[in-house]
Design a protein around this ligand. Structure first.
Ligand SMILES: *Cc1c(COP(=O)(O)O)cnc(C)c1O
Length: 233
């Protein structure tokens, strides 16, 4: 199937999952994860109406999106992979959102680099809910501390927008569901603690589990393989 057909299929599955969960069909955004796929595939997806993309390696993202934006300047990019400090400068230059904020030190560096180029950037705080994944804050306390610093005015260039997680890679649906409901419960608590921010984004769900994620309250699913095919590493 073509990228266009895959996108149509995923969008209709998202819509069905929304209906099943009693949610409006535009309450879930699709982030098309284009890592390991060429700029041409991104351009093809854009021609089919997709605007938002996710990449997890900064260098690859910069090269690819320079080319993509030469064709279509509307492309929106989120960084979704674990971010090293020395990559932050390029990450904030190329992306509209960093979804994988997993430590205070990273916020310090994002603020520093954004201040230099006078850019405001959105961030999501990643929670570690799965044994397989290494990234993410280990607990709600770490995210609370990070948001407290935002609330104290430490990061004038950073706009907190919500939370992200990756479920464990397992067929056990209960375990996957638990990962998503944990993120949702933590987000409800943190939104109450920090009412001055709009923390409504819940980025959760990938090719294999996005329908479960939507049932559990996801507002953004990150789908790669089901749109672009298998990755050649
Ligand atoms: C690769 C990746 C995805 C997409 O995974 P698929 O299974 O290909 O849909 C989503 N989120 C993150 C953080 C990723 O690294």
């Amino acid at each position: 199937m073509s990228i266009k057909e895959n996108l149509e299929l995923i969008n209709s599955k998202i819509e069905k999952a929304c209906i099943k969960a009693g949610r409006s069909k535009d309450s879930v955004l699709l982030c098309a994860v284009s890592k390991f796929h060429p700029a041409q595939s991104v351009i093809e997806a854009m021609e089919a109406g997709q605007i938002l993309f996710g990449e997890n390696r900064v260098q690859e993202a910069c090269q690819k999106f320079e080319e993509v934006r030469g064709t279509n300047p509307q492309a929106e990019l989120h960084i979704i992979g674990q971010l090293q400090r020395n990559k932050v400068k390029h990450a904030v230059a190329v992306a509209q959102c960093i979804q994988s904020v997993d430590r205070i030190e990273l916020l310090d560096e994002i603020e520093k680099q954004c201040a230099k180029i006078d850019k405001k950037i959105e961030v999501l705080f990643e929670l570690h809910t799965g044994e397989e994944s290494k990234s993410g804050f280990d607990s709600v306390d770490g995210m609370h501390e990070a948001l407290k610093k935002c609330a104290d005015g430490d990061y004038p260039h950073i706009i907190p927008r919500g939370f992200m997680t990756m479920a464990p890679n397992t067929d056990d649906e209960l375990v996957v569901r638990k990962s998503f409901s944990t993120l949702r419960e933590n987000s409800v608590y943190l939104q109450k603690e920090f009412p001055q921010f709009d923390l409504s984004q819940l980025s959760m769900g990938m090719s294999g589990d996005f329908e479960i994620a939507i049932e559990e309250g996801s507002t953004m699913v990150r789908v790669g393989t089901a749109i672009f095919g298998q990755r050649q590493y």
